[in-house]
Write a protein that binds this ligand. Structure first.
Ligand code: SAH
Length: 383
């Protein structure tokens, strides 16, 4: 099985914390962490790994700069610094995305385009972001400049498309700020529609430069299929999708539910979620922009709910959310977590303050070679 110890920049990059272990050992290690935090609630099912745990990332971003000798390089920031580690091909990134980034780097001198120098505040190109829809094959390239002047843009776009006709859209993003964020606020479409679409579990999703989309679509399907199986939807239930992002889980559930309410704090994500609902012709789903805890507190008094999906960020959920969940008392709670430690904390609260019991714990390896552990977990009420 894959062993990335061959990666020449693994130490400096820091992205693949487990790259010294072969993939079988990585899975064993992640299983042991999941067991350590979660086995007191329920047996932990064996982690579902990838058959081919390489080149799984559908979103790749590269920073541009120069070496001391003046050579233009692209790659990732050395962890904790702004020094760029040169990466031409990475074992977890999409191969096509890496190829496009190297092509752009090679094209720069011919167009008199130079990397932005953060110290001297000179130059132009800060980052290139590539997103690819694995199911649709659509590819978006985002050129992030430090200033709004992209003199050679028409010829540059023409040349890039000639080299990579598979690109379906090119966006110019301006980020003049002194910031760690890759993208700025201003954007113009240079070619195509300005976004791509992808398909997942029978639904179509619109992905714009800024919108969040799971980065490993192969394992996301495994995770969401498992979540749907645990929810046992029969076409009639009232469902809540809490921390819903761009509505992925809720939309997939809406095909097998009576109605779905999605709640999410980030307004851009809510807008994307509404567009995605329209794109899929789903008329039994609504999205609310609110804090999930506030929303649940209100829902607890008024709404009847059969199934709650919850997919909070790494920090986990809040007591406000969890106590309102107990009051709401849905038959099934499907908790998707990217952090077994906060999942364990929340399960401790739920099982300690109610008759909810953990019935299934299934880890899924969403991020091979990194230390991250994703888990889907089912709770039901012990009557
Ligand atoms: N379920 C989605 C996204 C999960 S990521 C998917 O599978 O694609 C977690 C989401 O929780 C993020 O979109 C984040 O914006 C949102 N979030 C964070 N804190 C929140 C809060 N207090 N209330 C509601 N949503 C929140």
């Amino acid at each position: 099985m894959a062993n990335l110890s061959a990666c020449p920049v693994s130490k400096k990059c820091g992205g693949c914390q487990l790259q010294n272990m072969d993939y079988t050992r990585q899975l064993r290690y992640k299983q042991s962490v999941a067991v350590k935090y979660l086995s007191k609630y329920c047996r932990v099912e064996p982690i579902i790994g990838m058959d081919c745990p390489e080149h799984y990332r559908n979103k790749v971003q590269a920073a541009f700069g120069r070496t001391r000798s003046g050579m233009i390089i692209s790659g990732v920031y050395q962890s904790g610094t702004h020094n760029i580690v040169r990466v031409d091909n990475c074992m977890i990134e999409d191969k096509k995305a890496d190829e496009i980034i190297v092509s752009i780097r090679n094209m720069l001198p011919g167009f008199r385009m130079y990397p932005y120098d953060e110290d001297r505040r000179t130059g132009f190109l800060r980052h290139v972001l590539v997103k690819r829809g694995f199911a649709t094959g659509e590819i978006m390239v985002v050129i992030v400049g430090a200033v709004n002047i992209f003199a050679s843009k028409n010829n540059f776009v023409k040349a890039l498309l000639k080299k990579h006709p598979e690109i379906t859209t090119i966006v110019f993003n301006v980020n003049p700020a002194d910031t760690n964020l890759v993208l700025g606020e201003r954007e113009s479409v240079l070619y195509g529609r300005g976004y791509i679409e992808d398909e997942l579990c029978g639904c179509r999703f619109r992905i714009s430069p800024r919108s969040f989309y799971q980065i490993n679509p192969v394992q996301t399907k495994v995770l969401y299929d498992k979540a749907m199986e645990l929810a046992r939807l029969d076409g009639t239930q009232m469902v809540i999708d809490a921390y819903c992002g761009i509505g992925t889980i809720g939309l997939i559930a809406s095909k097998k539910a009576g109605s779905v309410l999605g709640v999410e704090l980030n307004r851009d994500a809510v807008n994307d979620a509404r567009e995605n609902a329209a794109l899929n012709g789903a008329d039994n789903i609504r999205f609310i922009c609110a804090d999930a805890g506030d929303f649940m507190q209100e829902a607890a008094g008024t709404e009847h709910t059969d199934v709650v999906f919850m997919d909070p960020p790494r920090a986990g959920s809040t007591q406000k959310f969890l106590s309102s969940l107990i009051k709401l008392s849905p038959d099934r709670v499907v908790y998707i977590s990217c952090n077994p430690e906060t999942l364990a904390r929340d399960l401790y609260f739920l099982t300690g303050h109610s008759k909810y019991r953990v019935k299934k714990i299934q880890p899924v390896d969403m991020f091979p070679h990194t230390k991250h552990i994703e888990t889907v977990c089912l709770l039901t009420l012990d009557k």
